[in-house]
Design a protein around this ligand. Structure first.
Ligand code: OSB
Ligand code: MG
Length: 375
């Protein structure tokens, strides 16, 4: 296949609920969407880079720049079978994995449409439903947190993840565990701790957490491995895992016992599948992380989560937890048992709400291929 045109857009979308992590508060998202056209078909990809370089070095602005100046021209010039060719097409460009993922995922989506198969099938998915957990941001008070946990449990979610940081850790674990001794509970520090906190972290073993996500530096394996030797609770790595080699290094040096796979963080579906497979071969479970995605990224996360080693509930939850109105039809919903049904239609299995997207668009740019000379 050949790509005939690539359209970039920036959407401004207010979040239905503010989301606070150890690196800051998000109240609205600036979202970069790419639309890829080929042979009369169109497919979308979402770039999960944030407004600020806090979770990773990338931002929506670096992604826009690299997409229009480097990635889109390469894709427009390429001859390809499908999404699996994208890493090779983009290889000369180092890093910028979230920008690459948006385009690559759109190409996988095109390929699925062309073949008339569900995206989940094309990626190697086997599940008909996926298990869902929620990631709960830092709250105003412990009371407010308990109310939020209660609401999410009542909605059916299978696992509660608490964002934590120094000063918002032990007390909330005690309060939540005290009230719900049996639930699947985890925490995510987004790199808020240092080695001086090792004994404090070790003391959390009593809370029987499913895992502690990315307690230390965003780019570290070695100190996580020292910490993992000191504690019983499994460490889960998010930020540190950029690709399959990182997953192998982290598993082999026991920096973690669980991996959070985010398709944007690793540069697209090809590498996400490679991380999934590497972990599966070593008996390490993975789950699908979230980046406050719109319906497009969410639909892609659902397809990815249908692969066999996504054996723990992920952070992929209902559209209504983020948006008053999503940009896909229907919105993503979660059953009373905390599951999302994997769509069975061709492609991602959700329709694009173009009108809604138009009304949210604040910036756009189109790139087209030069006329091709065929022999
Ligand atoms: O570390 O998993 C994270 C959101 C933004 C950036 C990083 C993270 C998160 C979440 C939210 O935890 C997951 C979601 O609900 O989409
Ligand atoms: Mg995380």
């Amino acid at each position: 296949m050949n790509v005939d045109a690539i359209h970039l857009r920036e959407l401004n979308m207010p979040l239905a609920f503010a989301f606070e992590t150890s690196f800051g508060v998000t109240t609205a998202r600036r979202v970069l969407l790419v639309e890829v056209e080929s042979d009369g078909r169109s497919a979308w990809g979402e770039c999960v880079a944030g407004e600020h370089p806090y979770f990773s070095e990338e931002t929506i602005d670096t992604a826009w720049m690299v997409t229009q100046a480097e990635l889109a021209p390469r894709l427009l010039d390429a001859e390809m079978e499908g999404g699996g060719d994208c890493p090779g097409i983009f290889r000369q460009v180092r890093g910028h994995r979230m920008a690459k993922a948006a385009l690559e995922n759109a190409v996988w989506e095109l390929q699925a449409q062309q073949a008339g198969v569900p995206l989940a099938k094309l990626l190697g998915g086997v599940r008909t439903t996926i298990g869902c957990g929620v990631s709960i941001g830092i709250q105003r008070s412990v009371e407010a947190l308990l109310e939020t946990v209660e609401k999410e449990l009542a909605a059916g979610y299978q696992r509660i993840k608490l964002k934590c940081k120094p000063g918002w850790d032990r007390e909330i674990f005690e309060a939540v565990r005290g009230r719900w001794p049996e639930i699947r509970l985890s925490c995510d520090a987004n790199s808020a701790y240092r080695m001086k906190d090792m004994e404090a972290i070790a003391s959390w073993d009593e809370f029987d957490l499913l895992m502690i996500e990315q307690p230390l530096w965003h780019d570290d394996f070695y100190f996580h491995s020292m910490l993992q030797k000191r504690i019983d609770t499994p460490i889960c790595l998010d930020e540190s895992i950029r690709n399959r080699r990182d997953a192998l290094a982290a598993i082999d040096m026991e920096s973690c016992r669980v991996i959070n796979v985010k398709v944007g963080r690793v540069g697209g579906f090809s590498e996400a599948i490679a991380v999934h497979n590497a972990a599966a071969e070593r008996g390490v479970p993975v789950w699908c992380g979230g980046m406050l995605e719109t319906g497009i990224g969410r639909a892609h996360n659902i397809a990815l989560s249908s692969l066999p080693n996504f054996s723990l509930p992920g952070d992929v939850s209902a559209s209504s937890r983020y948006w008053t109105e999503d940009i896909i039809e229907p919105a993503v919903t979660v059953s009373k048992t905390g599951e999302i049904t994997v769509p069975t239609g061709a492609g991602m299995g959700f329709a694009i709400d173009r009108e809604r997207i138009e009304s949210l668009t604040v910036r756009r740019e189109s790139l087209r291929t030069r006329a091709r000379v065929t022999a």
